[in-house]
Design a protein around this ligand. Sequence first.
Ligand SMILES: Cc1cc2nc3c(=O)[nH]c(=O)nc-3n(C[C@H](O)[C@H](O)[C@H](O)COP(=O)(O)OP(=O)(O)OC[C@H]3O[C@@H](n4cnc5c(N)ncnc54)[C@H](O)[C@@H]3O)c2cc1C
Length: 415
Amino acid sequence: MARAVVVGAGIGGLTAAVALQQRGWDVTVFERASSLEPVGSGLAVAANALKALDTIGVGDEIRELSAIQGEAGVRRADGRWLMKTTEESTSARHGDSVVLLRRADLVDALSARLAPGTIRLNTTVTGVDPESGRVTVEAGRPRTQRADGPASGTETGAADGMAAGAEGVETGPADGAEGVEADLVVAADGIHSPIRAALFPGHPGPRYSGVTSWRVLIPGGGVPGQTFESWGDGKVFGVMPLAGGLAYCYATDTVPAGGGGGDQRAELLRLFGKWHTPIPALLAAASSENVLRNDVHHLATPLPAMHRGKVALLGDAAHAMTPNMGQGACQAIEDAVVLAHLAGEGAGLAGYTAARLERTAKIVTRSATICRTSQFRNPLAVRLRDMMMALTWRLAPGRMTGAMDEVLGWTPPTS
Ligand SMILES: Cc1cc2nc3c(=O)[nH]c(=O)nc-3n(C[C@H](O)[C@H](O)[C@H](O)COP(=O)(O)OP(=O)(O)OC[C@H]3O[C@@H](n4cnc5c(N)ncnc54)[C@H](O)[C@@H]3O)c2cc1C
């Protein structure tokens, strides 16, 4: 049986592990943290990723665990809608809804599909040889957070995820796992991927996008069936209703990297406390200790390839993007099912790069453009931007929805 090692048990790594195992690979996932998914936040999973999850039999479970996006749109800080779509039109156009759920629920659903013992927590990959597929690992000290660290710009924070010891998970390092030979190594080790840096030493790596982000889950908040993102001067505030009466709020502000510290709920109230309803009430109901703050970085320069030798890069390791299109995890999920489909086939990993690099690079660029537009502070520029958005939506809605067709209309490869 061919052997695959997956580095990193984030959404991308877990999806790859499930997809490869279902295709008969002997899979081991090494994760340096001591638990899965400690990020206490929500996630939008769009039609393209739901179709990918369907191919590994997880799509319907995710739909059941989720709230649907419902009526969704962009507003101004005073609440006026600039554009709005209905659930029916989104589904009709893209063949599925956008669904909203806790990240931990997606991680639980994926890890539950893995054979017992597939995931080795507290195990850090310290070296990968792309030619031989040899992976070296080291028993790490138990961590309660994933190792990206609070200032990494990606995912870390308060633990609400599945604890070690759940289905498919071993809590200790692999026995005698100083070195493992693999036919395929999947580098799903996140935005600060040491594997990417080692394989592509000339690549400049992640760049600060100009915004810092906050995320918080709030019990009993939000308007069921209504999702919105409100734009102000250099700031964005989004609200997604999740199942069970939970609201997921996220926000960004245009500030230099490296801030933070102190009470982040108080900071959110300072920045957004005078915005339209229900934002102030939601923030009043939030707990300070549940607010995550991360600077947002992205891979502004595409990699020359998404593989080298026996190593395939996937998810944020390959194409970290700003969160403006809600596609970072969705693209990681697409990568994973495409990789499992192509690995071990004729064109192998070159086929994977051919299938994924151009598509993901385009989405990184589009996302960064939206991010820059959200950073306007000059009042005139903000008014013009808002006017353009509202006018385009009224006069040529197809131009805006059409831009998303290519992203959401993706279909997974068929056997
Ligand atoms: C504010 C915000 C909102 C977002 N909203 C959305 C959204 O609504 N929809 C969406 O699709 N995307 C969204 N994203 C993006 C999404 O969160 C990421 O793209 C996605 O989580 C990336 O998954 P990943 O598996 O590639 O990497 P990660 O989740 O970063 O996982 C990498 C894993 O590798 C492990 N690791 C690293 N190095 C090693 C090593 N040497 N050995 C072993 N393990 C290692 C880490 O501990 C980690 O567990 C958002 C991002 C942000 C910042």
